[in-house]
Write a new protein. Structure first.
Length: 224
């Protein structure tokens, strides 16, 4: 049976007897397995040092000139101590020691996984913002001095799950409004848009059905 790639971590297996580089391949795969099972890294925000200690695992910072986002293991190449790099796959998770939190690779970047009971805060200062999946479970704070509109997209564009909760707080002086995009119903108001009552007031948005949302909180009235 010829060598093939296994699901999950992508390790190699099912070698032919005496297959060339069998020993090297197995050693490389065992190193990957050792690094990624209960994966942990010392840091993801500090520059990679020129040398490390045996067993050190780090994530190369996003702004690094080379290997950005890669998992770096201090090991050896051809018997010479060196950093060995693993390319992360989408949805890999790693515990970051100096942050005491887990991160997940999105396919483009390492994203912090919210700690239980901690709600992420997203700052919004622009004139408008169409809600994104990353807004799920977060508090959005509008901080600008000019009016800001938050738009709820339809499910085909952005597939929020039923039961999604998003909180919106008006922190800046600019009036914050919530508007239903085309095909979306916003229950709890008359019309498709509503303003938050005042600075330091807030509302909660909950998706209760397909393209159906409920808004509750400090509402000023419908926006025309």
């Amino acid at each position: 049976m010829a060598e093939r790639i296994m699901p999950g971590l992508g390790l190699r297996a099912f070698y032919d007897t005496g297959q060339r580089d069998w020993g090297t391949s197995v050693s490389e795969d065992l190193r990957t397995l050792s690094a990624l099972v209960q994966a942990r890294a010392l840091s993801r925000g500090t520059a990679l040092p020129a040398s490390g200690n045996a067993g050190d695992i780090r994530i190369v910072p996003a702004g690094a000139p080379a290997n950005a986002g890669a998992i770096a293991i201090w090991d050896a190449t051809d018997g010479v101590p060196a950093w060995v790099y693993l390319t992360p796959q989408p949805d890999w998770e790693v515990w970051i020691t100096d942050e005491a939190r887990r991160v997940r690779f999105s396919g483009e970047a390492w994203v912090a996984i919210p700690r239980p009971g901690i709600v992420p805060i997203r700052i919004l200062g622009g004139a408008s913002h169409t809600l994104e999946l990353i807004d799920t479970g977060s508090i959005i704070e509008t901080t600008g001095s000019s009016p800001t509109t938050l738009i709820i997209p339809d499910g085909a564009t952005t597939p929020f799950e039923i039961g999604t909760l998003i909180n919106i707080n008006q922190v800046g002086a600019g009036v914050a409004s919530v508007a239903a995009g085309p095909g979306v119903s916003l229950n709890g108001v008359t019309g498709g848009a509503v303003a938050i009552a005042a600075q330091w007031s807030g509302v909660a948005l909950t998706k209760r059905g397909a393209d159906a949302w409920v808004i509750q909180g400090a509402l000023a009235g419908s926006v025309t």
